[in-house]
Design a protein around this ligand. Structure first.
Ligand SMILES: [Zn+2]
Length: 400
């Protein structure tokens, strides 16, 4: 886009109006003009365009303050839809949502292993086609695709730079999917997509400085600074799982030693359970299959009062608490949201985590940093991926 162009100004006004309708719906044209300080004529023209593009619709009639009753506008949740995709280590999951991120249909496939770049791209296309068909929504009404991809992602080019679970590099996701579907495609790291989703639709609404931590097999964080996702120079900002907490610690999957992930990740829960001498109850529940011991089983046993399971989850909470304190001291966020498999254990993990923060953070305010569980849960990355499309629609980066 040309700097300072008339087109640029118009697009900016358009997204400003669209965003005002999103945040204050139902709202009249007159109120939009008041809130945006645009002229009533500009608002009327742009609203007509937005209605014709199926992004906005007229809804009920508002109350009159003398004179004609105003027609109120809302976001059109019936005629424009988005596909949100979560490319994990073993599965690809996809949803179709409306412009308010309400899920209309979902689908999922298990990935073959080993996997080539072409096979991965083929599988992503298949699951997108499947979820579109399932939604029974006309293809013309799908306005964009968002992808939350694990690993290191170049979000500007839409390339997966390195996907550790597949040991694949330089996967041109955006280019491939745009050629296939002929609509805009946005790609982001999965934890950052999840963070964006929580910011728009979850427990991070209205928070300008926010950190979301995803604790599964790996541990990663998405950082929102001044209302914007922070990527760092090469897209590795937020790799909290590889913050070193024990210089002489265990070897990590990244090749280093003593990373937070080696003491607090999902895999370590099983290892510590197997090392313990009090693991009879867990092994019984796992039918003596060590591989069946996972976070979900440990959580189940904790609920039934198994002392080892309670201890394992509390230890995990405290270890993650150390990572959280480091993040608080580095970024000083208003709120921290915890998601991912391990977070499903709720207060068994979160209570000891909060305790560590209350005991060890630097100042009285830092000790009171809010720590909440994710609201979007397992859907977080998919909804966040859909939000990538919304973000470009409602809030594009325009240089004037
Ligand atoms: Zn590591």
């Amino acid at each position: 886009m040309q700097t300072g162009s008339f087109q640029g100004m118009k697009l900016l006004n358009k997204s400003t109006i669209l965003n005002t309708i999103r945040l204050h719906s139902p709202i009249s044209r007159a109120e939009i003009a008041k809130k945006t300080k645009l002229t009533p004529a500009t608002v009327t023209n742009i609203v007509t365009e937005l209605i014709n593009e199926n992004l906005v619709c007229e809804s009920k009639v508002g109350t009159s303050q003398g004179g004609r009753k105003p027609i109120l506008l809302t976001i059109n949740n019936r005629d424009s839809f988005i596909v949100g995709v979560d490319v994990g280590g073993h599965t690809v999951r996809a949803v179709v949502t409306n412009l308010s991120a309400t899920i209309q249909a979902r689908d999922e496939i298990t990935l073959p292993s080993p996997l080539t770049k072409d096979e991965l791209l083929k599988q992503i296309v298949l699951v997108i086609q499947a979820v579109m068909t399932k939604s029974k929504i006309n293809k013309d009404k799908i306005i964009g695709i968002g992808i939350g991809m694990h690993g290191v992602v170049d979000h500007l080019e839409g390339i997966a730079i390195f996907a550790p679970n597949f040991q694949l590099r330089q996967i041109p996701i955006k280019k491939h999917l745009e050629a296939q579907f002929q609509i805009p495609v946005y790609v982001e790291n999965d934890v950052r997509a999840f963070t964006l989703g929580e910011t728009w639709f979850g427990n991070g609404k209205g928070i300008d400085n926010l950190i979301c931590i995803n604790i599964g097999v790996g541990i990663g964080a998405g950082i929102i600074l001044n209302d914007q996702l922070f990527h760092g120079q090469n897209g590795i900002a937020g790799e909290i799982g590889h913050v070193i907490v024990d210089i002489n610690g265990r070897k990590c999957s990244c090749g280093s030693y003593g990373c937070l992930q080696t003491i607090a990740g999902g895999e370590v829960l099983r290892e510590r359970a197997l090392e313990s001498e009090q693991n009879q109850e867990l092994l019984k529940k796992a039918h003596n299959d060590p591989n069946a011991i996972n976070g979900a089983l440990i959580y189940q046993c904790a609920k039934e009062g198994d002392p080892l399971s309670l201890q394992l989850l509390a230890d995990t909470g405290r270890y993650i608490g150390v990572g959280v304190i480091n993040l608080i001291h580095l970024i000083n966020p208003t709120r921290i949201i915890i998601g991912g498999g391990v977070a499903k254990a709720g207060d068994y993990v979160l209570a000891p985590l909060r305790e560590v923060v209350k005991e060890r953070a630097l100042t009285a305010q830092a000790r009171e940093t809010e720590i909440l569980q994710s609201k979007l849960g397992d859907d977080g990355t998919m909804i966040g991926a859909a939000t990538l499309v919304l973000k470009h629609l409602f809030n594009p980066h325009i240089t004037l």
